[in-house]
Every structure is written in structure tokens, then in C-alpha cells.
Design a protein around this ligand. Structure first.
Ligand code: FES
Length: 280
């Protein structure tokens, strides 16, 4: 008899580490319960997954770890609703569900041989961090690497240990900023909104790909700065993880016009975003 595969069936994963990034953002390191499932799982930088808490529901966010490091899968989430609150109550050793990977990905292959500028705001560093580690693990294949990251305040910076690690790397330029008023007395980074700091750092747009993710207002004001620096519409790439529910093109929650973020994205060039209806 033919069996019908349940596309909504999650893979069981165990939480092996919990990192409290900020007051309301956590990172989980996850390991598959079944080693065979772990071996057969693969994804590309930029893809997302559905994470489930049994008896509560599912939520969608990117895979925050790099496909060059397949020993664990990492996800970071901000507590913002029923499912993320339930996730927040889970601990090391607990089992949760994961299904995916879904969606398209950042064009790592096409980026090889070019400069790469990463620009992120707030928890928008999660999908960007996946690409950062992917690029750094293949460092020789890329030219200059620049990371510009900002958050509202020092307390809101995520992946602090990695920001320090990137800052120590001689072949990576890392600039971290907080919004005016968000600095502490001992803060040594920049103070200013991300688009302003991008203007100040002024990476050349020649032969350079920019990977951008953060609050919509940050993205909106960063694009024109990059255009002035010579970035082309095809070389400014972002991810729109918002509004997704099923992740499979079935629920109709994520569409912008006739574009389905979950199936046509979540990764889009600036050129593609400009072609979307104004509602986005
Ligand atoms: S998330 Fe359901 S259709 Fe895209």
C-alpha cells in the first residue's frame, strides 16, 4: 500500500544548549534525536524552518547556524507570542519539533570572488550570522569582508561573543553601533543608526554584495546609502521572514501581491523588492 508522507510532520530535536542573548532573545542549539535524520538533513544559508512546541504550536524563523557546521542546528528567537513564550520555557534536554528547511537562499556561490558587506539590525543578525559563518568558513574564496551591526542599546546586542570574535579577526572589518541614547558609560563602539554608520564606513559598492537584514525602517534607509556607494540593485540582498505560517505555500499568510515569501523567498534582491506592491 502506498504511504502518504505527512509534510507537516516535524523531526524530533533535543535542546543541547540555551544561550540567553538579551533579556528577551534566546538561542537554542539543537541536535536531532535520530542520528540518521541528522545525517540526511541539509540546508543552505538563508533557508528557514518551522519550530514546534508540542501541544502549543509552531513558529517560523531562519536557521541561524551555518551549513558549514552541521553538528548542531541553531535558532534564535525573540519572545513575542504564544509559541515563542512556550519555547522560552523549554530547557536543555527538552524535545521540540523542527521541519524544513524551506525557502530559497543567499547566492553564496555567486558571491565567491567578491567583497561582502553584512549589515544587520537587532535580531536581524540571526539570518545574517548564518551567512557570515558560511563565508568565514570559506574565507579564502571571498575578498574583503565587512560586518556592520547595530541595535537599540548595548543590552539589545545579540551574539556578543561572536561580535568580539569577528572583531579580533585580522581579515574582517567589524563595526558595532547602538542607537543614540543606547550606549553605556563603558561602550567603545559606534553610536548612531545603522544607515548613518554604513555611510560613515562607506564600503565600496564595486564588485561587492551587501547582505542586509533588520527592522524595515533600517532596511528602507540603508538601501539609498548603498546605492550612493555604488551598489547595484542585484547586489543588495535581504530576507523577508515575516508573516510566514505554514512555510509551504499552502496557508496564504505570507503573500505580497502574488509573491509568496515562503516559496519565492525569503531571500530577495533589492530589485525584486522594488517590484513588490506597496503593501510591503
Ligand atoms: S507561509 Fe503559508 S503560504 Fe507562505
Amino acid at each position: 500500500m502506498q504511504t502518504i508522507e505527512n509534510i507537516y510532520k516535524p523531526i524530533l530535536v533535543e535542546i543541547i544548549e540555551v544561550i540567553q542573548e538579551t533579556a528577551d532573545v534566546k538561542t537554542f542549539k539543537l541536535k536531532f534525536k535520530d542520528p540518521e535524520a541528522q545525517k540526511s538533513f541539509s540546508f543552505k544559508a538563508g533557508q528557514f524552518a518551522e519550530y514546534s512546541v508540542f501541544g502549543v504550536g509552531e513558529c517560523t524563523f531562519c536557521i541561524a547556524s551555518s551549513p558549514t557546521r552541521m553538528d548542531v542546528i541553531e535558532c534564535s528567537f525573540k519572545v513575542a507570542g504564544k509559541v515563542t513564550s512556550a519555547l522560552d520555557r523549554l530547557n536543555v534536554g527538552d524535545t521540540m519539533g523542527l521541519r524544513g528547511p524551506y525557502g530559497n537562499w543567499f547566492p553564496i556561490e555567486e558571491m565567491k570572488g567578491k567583497n561582502v558587506v553584512f549589515i544587520a539590525g537587532g535580531i536581524g543578525l540571526a539570518p545574517v550570522r548564518c551567512v557570515i559563518w558560511n563565508v568565514l568558513d570559506l574565507r579564502k574564496e571571498f575578498k574583503d569582508v565587512t560586518i556592520i551591526y547595530g541595535s537599540r542599546s548595548v543590552g539589545d546586542l545579540v551574539y556578543k561573543r561572536e561580535l568580539e570574535e569577528w572583531a579580533q579577526m585580522a581579515d574582517v572589518k567589524t563595526v558595532v553601533t547602538v542607537d543614540p541614547g543606547g550606549e553605556t558609560p563603558d561602550w567603545k563602539g559606534e553610536v548612531g543608526f545603522v544607515p548613518t554608520i554604513v555611510e560613515k564606513v562607506a564600503p565600496s559598492g564595486v564588485d561587492t554584495v551587501a547582505i542586509i537584514c533588520g527592522p524595515p525602517i533600517m532596511i528602507k534607509y540603508t538601501f539609498p546609502v548603498l546605492e550612493k556607494l555604488g551598489f547595484t540593485e542585484d547586489n543588495m540582498i535581504t530576507t523577508l521572514e515575516n508573516r510566514m505560517k505554514c512555510g509551504l505555500g499552502k496557508c496564504g499568510r505570507c503573500n505580497v501581491g502574488n509573491v509568496y515569501v515562503c516559496k519565492d523567498g525569503p531571500v530577495f534582491t533589492h530589485k525584486q523588492i522594488k517590484a513588490l506592491p506597496d503593501e510591503y
